[in-house]
Ligand binder design. Structure first.
Ligand code: UDP
Length: 535
């Protein structure tokens, strides 16, 4: 670590007394807010953040008591979770005279909560991606910034991954006590951007993709590229040999006939097939293997988030235990099918009760149901599908989620073959994204009237400006003709830059003409300014 710049303690204390705390936030509600502070303090005895008022302090937004309804902001990337709220208590700066001497933190700090650091899906989706892109949002959160995790957990099994995000060791809430009684962060950011998250875990409605996903495969892959560089895993294809990975779990939710499965996959796809697990392989080894794999096969579970390291074109095959409807649990499907992620996603479900092994006697958090009353136990045992439910302790869900499965090989190969026709495998795509057309330009119309009942409208326009620099397979134009004052319009799809409309065109009428360009059938551009045409 680089030695911190020497801090003039007297000057720092004087500045805190004079200026107090200054806060300016971005975001309109507590769920989309991230705040930037000068001189935010934290009392390790009270376990509270402290805002010091002085003549020069700033608090934007200044919410009054709405700051507690329910909070100033979410400290984790999980939306509006009531265990993850951030707030501070207020004091006059003059109170510092009676308080423990503050210890100043010189590093630019990002202060946030990890949501569930022992679960790999949560680690990537809730923490690593949001931290990475929050740091991208604020230039002074650079490689020398320091992360402060306030959720109160210990390091957790994946702490090495968090360490990759900056050059400084992240600090945990417990460790702050060893630094002093009153810590003052010279410059800090509080909260995490939610812009990259794609899944909601079912706290208020059953789990599913977020309503408004704002991330594409491109940003996910920029992040994985960063992580691979930090892990010293090269992006180069090391060898041309194609292979399939079976990512297995070794503690629970087992594949009972793994050897048979591996042989069958190898034979069907004529590829080497290997197994990895979090217990038996290092994280970097798994990333290295995944980054050149043609197919990943795994039981539903957090390890599947690592499909974000697969190359474009690879297939993700997710196996679901008996009575678990794949459509109801789609964190990995949503990831694989993000636009630009370019993965093929396949779900297989065990539909044969004889091929499942249940564990009713285990503790409740491993899916046991012995603590439930007899009637409820029987109902669960008889049920053929777990009904939709909220997170996180539904015993029927846990019971089914922790079953072991003997995979029916023919049915699995059949569903894979419905999607993967020839050999699966990495694809080197020429151009990753889909680019949208700009507005059409110089739109004009000319009317001509024939007699008292017929009229024509000749409309022409120029191609969007960006089309001059693009190779586009198919360029079409959509034109809507709307009689002024009417709610309906006549739509047309056209291939050329001019057209004479005569159907349903009346003389002595004003028409509104809306024109937009469409690339490759699906990429709809913006409408140009509406054209007013009088016949
Ligand atoms: N895990 C694992 N092997 C196992 C069971 C769990 O590697 O046999 C990992 C799993 O990938 C996750 C963490 O342990 O990162 C917690 O697993 P859990 O079953 O609680 O969560 P889930 O995988 O259902 O999200």
């Amino acid at each position: 670590e680089r030695a911190p710049a020497p801090l003039d303690y007297g000057a720092a204390l004087e500045a805190l007394l004079q200026h107090g705390t200054r806060m300016v936030c971005a975001g309109r509600t507590h769920t989309d807010r991230v705040c930037r502070f000068h001189s935010l303090c934290y009392s390790t005895e009270a376990e509270e953040f402290v805002y010091f008022h002085s003549n020069a302090s700033v608090m934007l937004p200044n919410l009054g008591s709405r700051r507690f309804q329910p909070a100033l902001l979410d400290l984790s990337s999980v939306e509006d979770h009531n265990t993850q709220y951030f707030n501070f208590v207020e004091l006059p700066a003059a109170a510092l005279k009676f308080m423990p001497k503050p210890v100043f933190v010189p590093d630019v700090a990002l202060i946030a909560n990890r949501f569930n650091p022992d679960n790999l899906m949560h680690v990537f989706h809730d923490d690593l991606l949001p931290i990475y892109y929050t740091m991208q949002q604020f230039p002074d959160l650079d490689a020398e910034a320091r992360l402060f995790f306030m959720e109160g957990w210990n390091e957790g099994v994946h702490f090495d991954l968090y360490k990759l995000l900056s050059n400084k060791q992240p600090l945990l809430r417990e460790q702050l006590k060893t630094l002093g009684k009153l810590l003052c962060f010279t410059k800090s950011y509080v909260g995490l951007s939610k812009i990259t998250t794609w899944y909601q875990y079912g706290f208020v409605q059953p789990q599913g993709p977020k309503a408004n996903i704002l991330v594409s495969g491109n940003e996910i892959r920029q992040f994985t590229k960063f992580m691979m560089e930090k892990l010293n895993v090269s992006m180069e294809e090391s060898s041309s040999e194609e292979y399939i990975i079976v990512f297995s779990r070794t503690i629970n939710r087992l594949i009972l006939n793994e050897a048979e499965l591996i042989l069958a996959l190898a034979q069907e796809f004529q590829m080497k097939t290997i197994t990895v697990s979090l217990e038996e392989h290092s994280f970097s080894d798994i990333v290295r293997l995944l980054s050149n794999a043609s197919m990943l096969v795994s039981m539903h579970g957090a390890q599947l988030v690592m499909s974000l390291f697969l190359p474009r074109g690879a297939a993700v095959v997710e196996l679901f235990p008996y009575a678990i409807n794949p459509e109801h649990y789609t964190p990995y499907k949503t990831l694989a099918t993000l636009p630009g992620m370019d993965l093929q996603y396949i779900a297989w479900q065990n539909s044969n009760r004889e091929n499942t092994v249940t564990y009713p006697e285990r503790p409740w958090d491993q899916g046991g149901i012995a603590h439930l009353d007899k009637g409820e136990q029987e109902r669960i045992m008889e049920s053929t599908e777990v009904p939709r439910h909220l997170c996180c302790r539904n015993p029927e869900w846990l019971f089914r989620a922790y079953q072991d499965t003997k995979v029916d090989i023919p049915s699995l190969i059949h569903v894979i073959r419905q999607t993967v026709k020839s050999k699966p495998g990495p694809k080197r795509l020429k151009w990753p994204g889909s680019l949208y057309p700009g507005k059409v330009r110089d739109a004009k119309c000319q009317a001509s009237v024939q007699g008292t009942s017929e009229a024509k409208l000749a409309v022409s326009w120029q191609i969007p400006w960006n089309l001059r620099y693009l190779k586009v397979r198919e360029v079409k134009y959509e034109v809507w003709i709307q009689e002024q004052g009417e709610n309906t319009y006549m739509p047309y799809i056209l291939s050329h830059q001019n057209h004479t409309f005569s159907e349903n065109i009346k003389p002595f009428t004003i028409y509104l003409v809306w024109i937009r360009c469409i690339f490759n059938k699906t990429l709809l551009g913006p409408f140009a300014d509406v054209l007013l045409c009088s016949t």
